[in-house]
Design a protein. Structure first.
Length: 74
């Protein structure tokens, strides 16, 4: 929810890397713990480990995964 508010706050400027950086840093620091403690991978053929998923997630950006995550497909 916090990330969505940041996106809305920046509006058209959200496409700029500097606008996304605080959200990226927060997600980057919290995601490994959240994944390990609260999630179970559903498609181990696509991502063999949470670290593999995290690397793909961070290299492609949040918007690339939002639909898959919402549908529980990772």
């Amino acid at each position: 929810m916090w990330a969505r508010k940041e996106c809305e706050r920046y509006g058209d400027k959200w496409s700029k890397k500097w606008a996304q950086e605080p959200v990226f840093n927060k997600i980057h620091s919290e995601l490994p713990t959240i994944l390990e403690n609260h999630c179970t991978p559903l498609n181990k053929a696509a991502y063999t480990s949470w670290q593999h998923f995290l690397n793909a997630f961070l290299s492609r950006g949040m918007h690339s995964f939002s639909k898959s995550v919402a549908n529980g497909a990772v």
